[in-house]
Write a protein of this length. Structure first.
Length: 224
């Protein structure tokens, strides 16, 4: 039997340009059922399209529970061809054999995390300007979060980078991207018109009454 808990030997063999990454957080999911949301948005039912990446984002969960959830997501999603990224925690990502770790500007430095994980994990870095993106490239990141695009209630961001930064980033074009921050089906067209190929969302899917339909609408917009 194939061991689906293990990633491909080198997840960095190709730098991924995901179309839709969903940041899952228990607090945003109906009745806190984060696993049901993950199940819904990664299944391959004919009536909808699926997310191709899930990021586990829990800031207050204890380490034991965080590892358990990461392992559950890997077991659920890897057979479905969906990447799993762990927010902030390279140690949890390694132990769960996830595909990657995502770092904010105030988290562990990307260059030091690369020393720790070698080629065992993809590393994403949140960026709000081109200087930060250029630093991420120098520090051997694999992709960048680009934003925030719009105001968001999910995470406090005093400065909105906006679509102007997305256009600067795409003109630079050195790393794959995920536009992030306040993105909904209603405003995704603005990002597509600017050239975005991938977005990351949280409440737009996790808090939706029908997460499958929200994913389908987002991917429909991204596909033009």
């Amino acid at each position: 039997m194939q061991d689906v808990s293990r990633p491909t030997p080198n997840p960095r063999s190709t730098k991924p340009q995901w179309r839709l990454c969903v940041l899952i957080s228990e607090a945003l999911c109906p009745a806190g059922d984060w696993l049901a949301v993950a199940e819904a948005i990664t299944s391959a039912k004919a009536r909808h399209r699926k997310a191709d990446c899930i990021q586990l984002r829990e800031k207050t969960t204890d380490d034991h529970e965080l590892l358990r959830r990461a392992q559950q997501l890997v077991s659920l999603c890897r057979p479905r061809g969906v990447a799993i990224v762990i927010n902030d925690r390279p140690d949890i990502a390694l132990l769960a054999r996830a595909d990657g770790v995502h770092l904010g500007q105030d988290d562990l430095p990307c260059a030091r995390v690369r020393e720790l994980v070698s080629d065992k994990l993809l590393i994403g870095v949140s960026t709000a300007n081109l200087d930060q993106a250029q630093r991420a490239l120098k520090d051997d990141a694999d992709y960048c979060g680009v934003g925030p695009m719009f105001p968001t209630t999910t995470k406090d961001k005093p400065t909105i980078a906006g679509v102007d930064y997305l256009q600067q980033y795409l003109a630079w074009g050195k790393l794959p991207h995920l536009a992030i921050g306040g993105i909904t089906p209603a405003n995704t067209t603005q990002l597509v018109d600017a050239g975005a190929r991938g977005v990351a969302v949280s409440s737009a899917v996790c808090s939706a009454s029908d997460p499958q339909a929200a994913v389908d609408e987002l991917l429909g917009t991204l596909s033009g």
